[in-house]
Ligand binder design. Sequence first.
Ligand code: SDX
Length: 431
Amino acid sequence: MTDSTATLSFNDGSPAVTLPVLPGTIGPEVVDIRPLYAKTGRFTYDPGFLSTAACTSTITYIDGDKGELLYRGYPIEQLAVHCDFLEVCYLLLQGELPTADQKKEFVNTVTQHTMVHEQMSAFFRGFRRDSHPMAMLVGVVGSLSAFYHDSLDITDPHHRHVSAIRLIAKLPTLVAMCHKYTMGQPFVYPRNELYYTANFMRMMFSVPCEEYKVNDVLVRALDRIFILHADHEQNASTSTVRLAGSSGAYPFACIAAGIACLWGPAHGGANEAALNMLEQIGDVSKIGEFIKQAKDKNSGVKLMGFGHRVYKNYDPRAKLMREACHAVLEELGLHDDRLFKLAMALEKIALEDEYFVQRKLYPNVDFYSGIVQRAVGIPVSLFTAIFVLARTVGWIAQWNEMISDPEQKIGRPRQLYTGARRRDVKPLAQR
Ligand code: SDX
């Protein structure tokens, strides 16, 4: 505990209240307002939670001013270079990077869970072929609760671990099934001899008529994209997973709730929106006009892939994403890619514009990810589903941390009521 305190006084004569100030390992301290309502009959007011810490966590740390992102204390820049996605999954779940033996066992366990129940393919036949992949994914991930009754005791750490492994292992298979279904091509089963991300690319792009050749440069780039999206503190979709989980809901249903939230264009849907924005701008000569609209509040236009609630400096993931973009375009001989050049021109112009500088609006993780994914061959409508695939490990690690917390309670925020005072119902004839 701490002897640091904050005192809140009122100018209406109500008694002042003294509250503990709690320190973290690094980053902002918190004023512990848990006793506030009982002591003062007042709530705090913070729509959008700009100044609210909803929990304690040991998983991810972000310093928005420094542009720093740590997973379990390790900088994202080092993890993206020295690790692969399954090592990062192990780190987020267990708190430490795996040894060679631990990694071998973890990779084998995940590999053994990559197939989905054969009946799940029946769900897809209920969807229109032109359904948005996120609409399908919300449905099929939520339905996993209907298949795995053997691991639904969330108070049992082993059940929680099995559910985490199943989700990490099956999301690539389910995302690839969404893609194949919209293409009208047969579903492709996972292959156990392939590494996780290569397996995913084969399920996405192989066809029964020919052997699929794995391109290691593209696999590495996509694997890095997964690492960059794996977790991000208490963002909107992670908070959704935690809130759903706080009622004791099954983990698959909680992840489905996170998928629904991530779909929004202000959140994970921004990568799809950013690429559509680049297509809409079309040419460097049109950038000025677009920027003018993005600065006009009444236009309803935003520079998608720019800005962030926490990062008031460059999103460290955007820098790494731009590097991955460069590597992929070089590998594919697309260094003159029209959209990549347009994106870099747009970024340069925006970062020299007072409106964006003054508001500390920099490219975020979504600005370049769409260009890389399009170059790899992923359709625009599937970009956010790729984000889901990668973020599932962060969601389930945060869910597990919450369920394991002896202090956790069901989340139930209050409100500032501004509606009608108590009044009596008049019979219909008198209204
Ligand atoms: C993700 O939280 C996370 O960690 C999320 C994420 C994760 O990994 O989980 O990082 C993933 O969601 C990244 C963000 C992707 N979204 C976008 O790229 C959509 C475009 N960005 C904006 O919608 C916005 O920047 C948000 C939603 C990201 C942040 O919104 P905030 O923190 O509520 O900030 P705000 O909307 O209050 O903006 C502050 C000012 C406003 O102008 P003023 O009222 O001060 O005059 O900046 C303006 C905004 O109008 N502004 C923009 C802008 N973003 C903010 N103006 C033009 N274009 C933009 N992109």
